[in-house]
Design a protein around this ligand. Structure first.
Ligand code: ZN
Length: 241
């Protein structure tokens, strides 16, 4: 076995999907590091969520504690500034009508992966793990597996590497992602995901709902709530109303 083949770098935003990806990687790899991107988003909320999830996983999962390595936050605010610029154009209005957040930047995952791969090269990690998913977000062309296969090939050619871009959530619904969390870490991981992970576009952390914190009205909250409720009815039919 090659010495570098046992490490993973997880693209970790502090959301529900990347929390499931982190657990998935910790279940498979002896060394797991996390990377987050500061592109000028609701920085403090997401940063706090990332750290809270990492710290609870370390505390509550002894088998994963020793595998969880360093966290990295990379500043890519110049890329994020393209979103602000684009909001004054017709293209941004079109994007908003498709239900994507106004902060959506085209090709965001391509940029994330280039930065992540450069970091992984330096850290000696070969698996790049991300929560991209075709099932719920068909509007995001950079979440499709075709795009990621092409990106993986470009990274390996351009960096003379053998990276694997791994996307464990690619064909899962949001309900199935809750099921994956339960399968990997049981109720404790479900609780960490509900209580600590952050998805809401508005950064709302006021009231804790059964599915987590959030405004309950933005597209991200809608998707998260619907996924949780669909999973919960299946998982705990005795409590279904
Ligand atoms: Zn929300």
């Amino acid at each position: 076995m090659k010495p570098m083949s046992d490490g993973a770098l997880v693209l970790f935003s502090g959301g529900q999907d990347s929390t499931a990806c982190l657990a998935w990687a910790l279940d498979r790899y002896a060394r797991v590091e996390t990377v987050g991107f500061d592109y000028g988003q609701r920085h403090s909320v997401e940063l706090e969520a990332r750290l809270a999830i990492r710290s609870r996983i370390s505390r509550e999962f002894s088998a994963w504690r020793d595998r969880l390595g360093e966290d990295h936050v990379l500043d890519i605010r110049s890329f994020g500034s393209i979103a602000d610029t684009a909001m004054t154009t017709d293209r941004a209005i079109e994007t908003t009508a498709r239900g994507l957040p106004s902060t959506f930047v085209p090709g965001r995952n391509l940029v994330f992966l280039v930065y992540a791969a450069a970091l992984a090269d330096r850290r000696g990690l070969t698996a790049l793990v991300g929560g991209m998913c075709e099932t719920d977000f068909s509007g995001y062309p950079d979440c499709r597996r075709d795009t990621l296969d092409a990106t993986e090939r470009a990274l390996n050619l351009g960096m003379d590497q053998g990276f694997r871009v791994e996307t464990p959530l690619m064909h899962l619904t949001k309900a199935q992602t809750w099921g994956l969390a339960k399968a990997l870490g049981g109720e404790p991981l479900v609780a960490i995901t509900v209580e600590e992970s952050h998805t809401c576009y508005l950064g709302e952390r006021g009231a804790l709902h059964s599915w987590g914190y959030g405004c309950g009205a933005c597209p991200a909250c809608d998707l998260r709530r619907a996924g949780y409720e669909a999973w919960d009815v299946q998982e705990r039919p005795e409590f279904a109303g």
